[in-house]
Design a protein around this ligand. Structure first.
Ligand SMILES: CC(C)(COP(=O)(O)OP(=O)(O)OC[C@H]1O[C@@H](n2cnc3c(N)ncnc32)[C@H](O)[C@@H]1OP(=O)(O)O)[C@@H](O)C(=O)NCCC(=O)NCCS
Length: 183
C-alpha cells in the first residue's frame, strides 16, 4: 500500500476510532506494518482500541484487561508476552522479554553473550495490577491477583496474591481474597 494511504489509515485509527468495530480495526491494521500497529497501541487515547492494537501486534491480552498508554514491549513483535484477563496495567510500563545490545560491540563480549543477552517469555496471570513505570524483566511470571508497586523492577517471579515493590521488587505482603459472602 502506498505510504500516503498507510498514513490515512493510521490517522483514521488514531483520531477517528469511535465508530470502529473490532473487525474494522483488524481489517485496517492489515494495511499497516506491525511496527506501526504497535506504535498506535502505545499512544492510542482509547483503552479498548489500545488493547486490541496490542493483540494485533502479537501481544496476547485477555478479556477485560485495561492497558494504559505507554506500555513498551521489547519483543521484536514476536509472541513473547501473555497478559491475562481482568488485569490493570498503569501508564509507562516496560515489559522486557527480549534483551540485547543490538549493534554494540558488547554483543561479542563473553559475559554479555552468555548471560546478559536473553529472550524469555513474560506471563502476567489474571487479575494482576501493575503500577506506573514498573519494569518486568525477561522470564518473569506474575501470579494471579498480584500487585506490582509503581516503579518496581520485577526480576523474579511474583507469587499469586503478593504485593511487591522496590528495585529489585520484593514481596511486602500477601493479600487475602474476600470471603465468598463478602465478594
Ligand atoms: C506498593 C503499593 C501497592 C502499596 O504498598 P504498601 O506496602 O501498602 O504501601 P504503604 O503506603 O503502606 O507504604 C509502605 C512503605 O512502602 C513505601 N512504598 C509505597 N509504595 C512504594 C513503591 N511503589 N515503591 C517503593 N516503595 C513504596 C512507602 O513509602 C512506605 O515506606 P516506609 O515504610 O519506609 O514509610 C502502592 O504504593 C503502589 O505503588 N501502587 C500502585 C500505584 C499506581 O501506580 N497506580 C497506577 C494508577 S491506577
Amino acid at each position: 500500500m502506498p505510504p500516503a494511504l498507510q498514513s490515512a489509515t493510521a490517522l483514521r485509527i488514531l483520531f477517528d476510532w469511535a465508530d470502529l468495530s473490532t473487525d474494522d480495526l483488524r481489517a485496517l491494521c492489515t494495511e499497516l506494518h506491525i511496527k506501526n500497529v504497535r506504535w498506535l497501541a502505545i499512544h492510542h487515547p482509547d483503552n479498548k482500541t489500545r488493547e486490541n492494537l496490542y493483540r494485533l501486534s502479537n501481544v496476547a491480552v485477555g478479556p477485560k484487561t485495561t492497558i494504559n498508554a505507554g506500555l513498551f514491549v521489547y519483543d521484536s513483535y514476536q509472541p513473547l508476552v501473555t497478559i491475562g484477563a481482568n488485569c490493570a496495567l498503569a501508564a509507562n510500563i516496560s515489559l522486557i522479554p527480549e534483551s540485547g545490545p543490538n549493534m554494540s560491540e558488547l554483543a561479542d563480549f563473553e559475559l554479555v553473550k552468555e548471560k546478559l543477552v536473553c529472550t524469555a517469555p513474560i506471563v502476567i496471570e489474571d487479575h494482576v495490577w501493575i503500577g506506573a513505570n514498573a519494569i518486568v524483566m525477561p522470564g518473569v511470571t506474575i501470579g494471579h491477583h498480584a500487585v506490582v508497586g509503581a516503579g518496581a523492577i520485577v526480576t523474579r517471579d511474583v507469587p499469586p496474591y503478593a504485593i511487591v515493590k522496590g528495585q529489585p521488587a520484593q514481596v511486602s505482603q500477601y493479600l487475602t481474597p474476600p470471603s465468598p459472602s463478602a465478594a
